[in-house]
Design a protein around this ligand. Sequence first.
Ligand code: NAD
Ligand code: UD1
Length: 313
Amino acid sequence: MNKGVIFITGGAGFIGSHLTDILLKRGYSVRVFDNLSTGKRSNLPLENPRVHLIEGNIADAVAVAQAMNGCKAVVHLAAVASVQASVDDPISTHQSNFVGTLNVCEAMLQLKISRILFASSAAVYGGNGEEKAIGEDTPKSPLTPYASDKLASEHYIDFYRRQHAFESAIFRFFNIFGPRQDPASPYSGVISIFADRARNNLPITVFGDGEQTRDFVYVDDLVQILVQALEAPTVDSYPINVGMNHSTTLNQLIAALREITKCSPAVIYAPARAGDIRHSLADNKKLATHYDIKNKTSLKSGLEKLLAHSSVH
Ligand code: NAD
Ligand code: UD1
């Protein structure tokens, strides 16, 4: 039975393509809106008649509204996901990361679509000087254009919730990893780069001393949460951290990759990136209260799955 069409902005990317897969399995149709800047056609099962890819720019309000017509809910993932890219080019990333969000909200209003899930980020907190878990109420301290655009997007979505009764679920993703995160770009997620280099026994570059920490989440666990939010009768209006409350330093990550791959890549320590967050660890009590995360994937098992997947290609 077709359960209706879900509109996924950025659906040809890493997270969006995994979400597409699970929604198809659950009987939905998926309409992906993506400019293929980092996303790829090959990430999507386009042979499936229930997947439709519309190429377009989220900063183009008319294109977004046309493409969204007939959909029942929206998952807004399209953005330049690299924090560093926003530092290098704040003007162009703002078009995707903020103006795009406004366009999505206006199109929903026009088309009377009320449910939206939004991919915000742990970057809004600006991190901790110390390794303490960050709760949702922690004062926000966006350090980069990326983080400022995500925080502003959250506030605008909340305006549409209050003013126009949007059913909005805002998720602050911590560091997501898994297959299809592209290791080819230096702007890509750290695990995709390190895993690829470790597997090929190539030198790994660490920006800083490698003692910075991240809370890594396996992509399958994330998309399970997103599906729960799409299917819930109601969603909570406050933002929710999506992290596993598990802290890993980059040096520990490299040690784990060495153990799994049985390779010993050299490690080069380079200067830290501007605006880089030192410690990022989720307090995930709200997530655990409102969503089922009992079967979460450990970092080790996620790395093993990722490496098994990459070796197939
Ligand atoms: P990704 O780069 O694989 O996916 C982003 C997708 O958006 C790509 O397919 C890209 O082509 C598309 N896109 C970018 N600009 C666009 C534009 N102007 N118009 C239309 N499409 C555009 O990255 P991802 O890791 O899958 O990230 C998905 C979302 O999750 C992003 O909003 C990102 O900021 C957010 N997020 C990711 C992480 C993470 O660790 N990966 C953590 C926090 C938040
Ligand atoms: C990541 C996401 C961002 C998200 C945020 C939430 C990507 C590309 N970025 O940002 O969308 O909002 O998590 O927490 O998915 N590093 C190295 N060497 C490398 C690459 C990175 O040392 O080759 C370091 C970085 O300097 C940083 C850490 O690894 O200290 C993580 O970097 P990265 O994976 O780019 O993620 P975030 O900046 O945390």
